[in-house]
Design a binder for this molecule. Structure first.
Ligand SMILES: [Zn+2]
Length: 249
């Protein structure tokens, strides 16, 4: 589990909070299946220092991070245990919308869809959770959905479609948009034509790739119903293949 956090203009931190298998075990390689099976091959690893650092980064300066970090620890343990019981990350597919006009794209872009302006430029509607100062978080901190994965990397991302105000950078402009979602413009490098993009989605439940940081108590967390039904206790697996991370098609 990683936390994809924008803490300031152009500043991004992605601490790894927990893992269900070693970092050098990659998708499709030897051992990958054991990352998603209760077979005793790899221990779950939780990084309490990364959790503590994250808590200190998002909470207001001087706040007691103990309770919040403890809640995050519980959530990461549940998430990694979910992987061991065969659960993948939640994903969604962004479907390509026809590009019919060059201006005002944001007015017709629907959540889950994307426009491809050029082979290297994508407009995607993304989820952005805003951490509110009234809840004890630092002001002007946003937690973003994961960008497309497996598409060759992203060169930049910035919100668009929000009011253009002189003297404000993209992050500040985004603050005028209404959470939890607004369009984000992605640059993709190297150029690649895509008909479908798999995106790690952030629905606020335990098996999302990134934790929903504006939750502050254990009682706010839950597995998705389908995750509860899909858990597998057998060391040999339950007839399902280990999950793949989303890839470009
Ligand atoms: Zn995970």
């Amino acid at each position: 589990m990683q936390a994809n956090l924008n803490t300031g203009a152009g500043e991004k931190a992605e601490p790894t909070l927990g893992q269900s298998c070693p970092s050098d075990v990659l998708e499709g390689r030897s051992g990958w299946a054991s990352c998603f099976r209760n077979d005793g091959q790899f221990p779950i690893r939780i990084d309490p220092n990364a959790i503590q650092t994250l808590a200190a980064n998002v909470l207001q300066k001087g706040a007691d991070t103990t309770q919040y970090a403890s809640m995050l620890f519980d959530q990461v343990v549940a998430h990694e245990t979910g992987h061991k019981l065969a659960l993948p990350h939640h994903t969604r597919v962004a479907t390509l919308s026809p590009l019919s006009k060059a201006k005002n794209l944001d007015r017709s872009l629907l959540f889950g869809d994307f426009f491809q302006r050029h082979s290297w430029q994508l407009d995607i509607e993304e989820v952005v959770y805003k951490l509110l100062a009234t809840q004890g978080f630092k002001p002007r901190t946003r937690l973003e959905d994961q960008p497309p994965v497996g598409c060759g990397g992203l060169s930049y991302q910035r919100p668009y479609g929000a009011p253009t105000l002189p003297g404000l950078d993209a992050r500040q402009i985004a603050d005028f948009a209404q959470p939890p979602q607004w369009p984000i413009l992605y640059g993709v490098s190297p150029p690649k034509m895509m008909s479908q993009i798999g995106i790690l989605s952030q629905d606020g439940t335990i098996m999302s790739h990134t934790p929903r940081l504006d939750y502050t108590t254990d009682s706010q967390w839950s597995f998705q119903g389908s995750d509860l039904a899909g858990m597998c206790l057998l060391p040999s697996g339950c007839g399902t293949q280990p999950p793949e991370e989303p890839t470009c098609q």
